[in-house]
Design a protein around this ligand. Structure first.
Ligand code: ADP
Ligand code: MG
Length: 232
């Protein structure tokens, strides 16, 4: 099975956090293409740190991070930004839509940054993606006029803008009521059925009914993995 993600012996030390404190403590894991994986664990266990390393937003103190065929340490910052734009869709807890742009413009902006989708096709593709996530009728509105669930759907459409093989989401349901959270997780499930690899950091207790694999972190280490070996 082809690997989407291969993390080997990764240590992440935030120097400001005090001597000997490791946010990630020799962590290794592999995720195959097409898997839908939840990363779970208490606050402070290293989930966001891990996701940021996978997205190339931050770099490890030591160890290797390979994602979608690239050894991220070998890429300079500008190369990393270009790689991320084509390979990774990011979804955050607080949506992080630009407030002065309409919903459809938010999705188009992601295409403008990467330059993969031809200019003349961007608006049409953005509208199709908004239809795909169920908010086609909200395209011309400003984000603040949408509900939280609708804003997260808009953020997911933006994450899909450049058709990345991998979606990384950090507590995407953390700011939503439980019914809306279930609907957003179901949407991730559909996107996974379409072949995308998805890694979701979450506190949802019933996440196992949705995902294929759950990886639990404690103090920057993997302590449980329902799918260990699946990727190898
Ligand atoms: P989680 O997402 O599981 O809550 P984080 O990855 O955000 O965990 O944090 C793991 C640990 O690293 C925590 O103890 C946190 O305080 C610490 N940490 C995270 N980011 C920083 C930072 N920028 N500087 C110093 N310490 C940090
Ligand atoms: Mg976090």
């Amino acid at each position: 099975m082809k690997k989407s993600i291969s993390v080997s012996d990764v240590v992440k030390d935030y120097p400001t956090a005090g001597e000997g404190f490791l946010a990630l403590d020799g962590l290794s894991l592999e995720i195959a293409e097409g898997q839908f994986v939840a990363i779970v664990g208490r606050s402070g266990s290293g989930k966001t740190t891990l996701l940021n390393l996978l997205a190339g937003i931050d770099r490890p103190t030591s160890g290797t991070v390979r994602v979608e065929g690239a050894d991220l340490a070998s890429l300079a910052e500008t190369e990393l930004a270009a790689w991320r734009g084509r390979n990774v869709g990011l979804v955050f807890q607080f949506f992080q839509l630009l407030p002065t742009l309409t919903v459809v413009e938010n999705v188009m902006l992601a295409m403008d940054f990467v330059g993969k989708v031809p200019t003349g096709e961007r608006r049409g593709r953005a509208r199709e993606l908004l239809e795909r996530v169920g908010i086609g009728d909200q395209a011309g509105k400003l984000p603040a006029t949408l509900s939280g669930g609708q804003q997260q759907r808009a953020a997911i459409a933006r994450a899909l803008a450049n058709d990345p093989p991998l979606l990384l989401a950090d507590e995407p349901t953390g700011n939503l009521d439980s019914a809306t959270a279930d609907a957003v997780l179901a949407l991730f499930g559909e996107l996974n059925d379409e072949g995308r690899t998805i890694v979701v950091v979450t506190h949802e207790r019933d996440i196992r009914s949705v995902v294929g694999r759950e990886i639990r972190l404690v103090d920057g280490k993997v302590v449980a993995d329902t799918g260990a070996g699946v990727a190898s």
